[in-house]
Design a protein around this ligand. Structure first.
Ligand code: B4P
Length: 194
């Protein structure tokens, strides 16, 4: 299974990917986690990315593509992956299409978690208080939501035009949302099998 999870920041992509990976038997590939690991390791790229992330902006497309290419080349991603946080703009969606065509691993499904902005601001505020992630402070979250609306929302249309997009309600109990995603994937594979 090669799956992209789309959704606004704080919509629960990472939360759901972590729950789905065992059921789907594929790794969770989160560009946000990879960037945070680079920041924590203090690499040159991590230092550059930190300021951009803390301000709620998107890190450069070149850095992201190189990082993703290296990750998908690893052994555990041969059987598929759950991609969380990528693509975040149309240039990344296009780059992903080319990369997957080159490695012969086309996407099976794209699921978007739909969550209203006011719910997202509340979730990130809770995480900000608990974990102190700089990009979760309420002003930065609003900036991230603006960038999402401008740059990432068109990515959903990109996949909808290709008949790949499933939209799932991302509000509710975690188990219920996981079940909704699984139902959407089941419906997708049933259609693909016809
Ligand atoms: P990400 O790590 O992708 O951060 P996110 O959008 O906040 O995470 P997600 O949607 O996965 O939410 P989560 O499950 O954690 O990106 C961080 C930054 O990295 C970006 O702003 C950007 O700077 C950079 N970046 C990453 N990818 C990039 C790319 N491709 N290009 C350029 N830059 C990139 O959930 C959020 C919170 O909600 C959690 O606290 C969770 O516990 C809670 N939650 C989840 N589901 C819930 C539910 N059903 N009910 C209640 N709470 C819930």
């Amino acid at each position: 299974m090669r799956l992209v999870l789309l959704g606004a920041p704080g919509s629960g992509k990472g939360t759901q990917a972590a729950r789905l990976k065992a059921a789907l038997g594929v790794p969770h590939v989160s560009t946000g986690d990879m960037l945070r690991a680079a920041v924590a390791a203090g690499t040159a790229m991590g230092l550059k990315a930190k300021a951009v992330m803390d301000a709620g902006q998107l890190v450069s497309d070149d850095i992201l593509l190189g990082m993703l290419e290296d990750r998908l080349a690893q052994e555990d991603a041969r059987a598929g992956f759950i991609l969380d946080g990528y693509p975040r703009n149309l240039a990344q969606a296009d780059a992903l299409d080319h990369l997957l065509a080159r490695i012969g691993q086309p996407l099976d499904a794209v699921v978007k978690l739909k969550v209203p902005s006011e719910v997202i601001v509340g979730r990130c505020e809770i995480r900000f208080k608990a974990e102190g992630r700089a990009d979760d402070n309420p002003d930065t979250v609003r900036k991230r939501l603006d960038i999402y609306a401008e740059q990432t929302a068109p990515v959903a249309d990109f996949y909808a035009r290709r008949g790949k997009l499933q939209v799932v309600d991302g509000v509710g109990e975690l188990d219920e949302i996981t079940a909704r995603v699984k139902r959407a994937l089941h419906a997708e594979s049933a259609t693909a099998g016809n």
